[in-house]
Design a protein around this ligand. Structure first.
Ligand code: SF4
Ligand code: FES
Length: 379
C-alpha cells in the first residue's frame, strides 16, 4: 500500500497510439528514436488502460501519434474509451481517414477532431509536411469532419516558413467550419531542436503575429475561437510546461511506457514504468519518473526561492536538460537563469541562418512507397 499522500487526479491522458506517420514535419516534437509497429500495445491493453484512466479520474483522452489512423483498430479504441466514459479527441494529420472511416469513428463515440495544417498554400504546406498532396487531402478531410457532425479544431504550428500567413490560417479555418484554431508556435524538443535555426522567427514577426491574433479575436468573436501559444524563447519567463510535472496529465508511448511529458525520456535515469506491468494508478502515484520533479523540493536556485516557482514550476525540465545539460536547472528561457545567454545565442544564430529543413521520416529514405500511410503502417 502506498505511503504517499493522495494526489489530485490527472485531467488528461495523451495516448501515442503509434509513431508511424505519413508526414515528415521538421518541427516534430516526438523523440529522435521512434518506436516500431512490432512494439506497439495491442488493442486489449489500450482498452484496459482506458478503463484504468477513467477510474483514476482522467476526463479527456487525446488519441495521437504519429498518425493514429495508422492503427487499424482505431474505431475499437474509440468505442472502448467512450464506453469507459472518457471524452475522446482525435489528433490527426487527416491522411488515411476517408468518410467511411470517419463515420465509423463518429459512430463509435468520437467527440472531437483536431487537424494539423502546415500552410494555407498547397505547395508550401506540402513542402513543410514533406508529402506531396497532403494539403488537398486535409481540406477534403476537414469537410468530412463537418459532414460527420464532429466539432473541428485546426492546429497550426507556427514557425518562420508560415508565420507570414497567420491571418489566412485563421480565415481558412473559419471557412472550413472549425470552431477553434490553435495558433501554436513551434517548441524546440525532439526533432524540432535539430531544425531550430531554420524554424525560429524574428522578434518582429512574433510581435506582429500577436497583434494579428488580438485583432482577429475581436473581429471573429462568435465565429471562431483563437488559442495562441506564445514562443517561449521571446518571453522573460518560461511557460509552465505541462502545467507542472506530474500535476495534470500523462502520456503513454506506443509501447506502453507512461511519461509525465512527451519528451521526458530524453532525461536520463528517470525510470519509466509501463502499463504492461503495473496499473496506471500505481504509476501515477509512485513511479520514480513522476515523482522526480513534482512539487518544488527538487528545485535549485534561482527557482528554489523565486516567487514564481508555483506559477511556472521552473519552466520545462526537458528544455533545461537539452540546453543546459541538467534538468534541475531553471529553464534557460527565464530571465533569472544564468544560462539565458544560450537563448540569445540561438535567436542570433537563427537570424543569420538560411538552413534547409531536416525532415523527420518514419519510413527509411530508401523505401519507395506509392502510399506513404501504407508504407508507414509496414514499419
Ligand atoms: Fe520560473 Fe525559476 Fe525563473 Fe522563477 S527563477 S521565474 S521559478 S524559471
Ligand atoms: Fe518535458 Fe517540458 S517537455 S517538461
Amino acid at each position: 500500500m502506498s505511503l504517499l499522500p493522495p494526489l489530485p487526479a490527472p485531467l488528461g491522458l495523451l495516448a501515442e497510439l503509434t509513431h508511424r506517420c505519413p508526414l515528415a514535419c521538421p518541427y516534430c516534437s516526438n523523440p529522435l528514436d521512434l518506436e516500431r509497429r512490432s512494439g506497439e500495445l495491442d488493442t486489449a491493453t489500450w482498452l484496459r488502460l482506458f478503463e484504468e484512466a477513467a477510474a483514476l479520474g482522467v476526463l479527456q483522452l487525446h488519441l495521437s501519434g504519429g498518425e493514429p489512423a495508422a492503427r487499424s483498430d482505431l474505431a475499437a479504441l474509440v468505442r472502448g474509451a467512450s464506453r469507459a466514459g472518457l471524452y475522446t479527441n482525435l489528433i490527426t494529420s487527416g491522411i488515411g481517414l476517408d468518410a467511411a472511416r470517419l463515420g465509423a469513428l463518429a459512430e463509435a463515440g468520437l467527440e472531437h477532431v483536431q487537424l494539423s495544417v502546415q500552410h494555407v498554400r498547397a505547395a508550401e504546406a506540402d513542402r513543410i509536411a514533406g508529402l506531396s498532396g497532403a494539403h488537398a487531402k486535409k481540406r477534403v478531410f476537414a469537410g468530412e469532419v463537418g459532414r460527420a457532425g464532429l466539432p473541428l479544431t485546426i492546429n497550426a504550428v507556427i514557425h518562420r516558413a508560415n508565420i507570414d500567413v497567420v491571418e489566412e490560417f485563421v480565415r481558412e479555418a473559419a471557412a472550413l467550419g472549425a470552431r477553434r484554431i490553435e495558433v501554436a508556435h513551434s517548441q524546440y524538443y525532439g526533432w524540432a531542436l535539430k531544425n531550430r535555426a531554420a524554424l525560429l522567427p524574428s522578434a518582429e514577426q512574433v510581435a506582429e503575429t500577436r497583434a494579428t491574433v488580438e485583432r482577429l479575436r475581436v473581429e471573429l468573436q462568435g465565429t471562431i475561437v483563437i488559442d495562441y501559444v506564445a514562443p517561449d524563447y521571446f518571453g522573460r519567463f518560461p511557460k509552465p510546461c505541462m502545467n507542472g510535472w506530474g500535476r495534470q496529465s500523462l502520456n503513454v508511448t506506443p509501447s506502453g511506457r507512461v511519461l509525465p511529458c512527451h519528451a521526458a525520456e530524453t532525461i536520463p535515469g528517470l525510470g519509466f514504468w509501463s502499463v504492461r506491468e503495473r496499473p496506471l494508478r500505481e504509476i501515477w502515484q509512485e513511479s520514480p519518473a513522476f515523482n522526480a520533479f513534482r512539487g518544488t523540493g527538487w528545485m535549485r536556485e534561482p527557482c528554489a526561492s523565486c516567487p514564481r516557482r508555483e506559477v511556472d514550476f521552473g519552466g520545462c525540465r526537458c528544455q533545461a536538460l537539452a540546453l543546459t545539460g541538467d534538468p534541475r536547472n531553471a529553464d534557460p528561457v527565464c530571465m533569472h537563469s544564468p544560462a539565458r545567454a544560450l537563448i540569445t545565442a540561438a535567436l542570433e544564430e537563427a537570424r543569420r541562418s538560411h538552413e534547409q529543413f531536416a525532415y523527420r521520416r518514419y519510413v527509411p529514405a530508401t523505401t519507395k512507397a506509392a502510399n506513404p500511410l501504407t508504407a508507414a503502417a509496414e514499419g
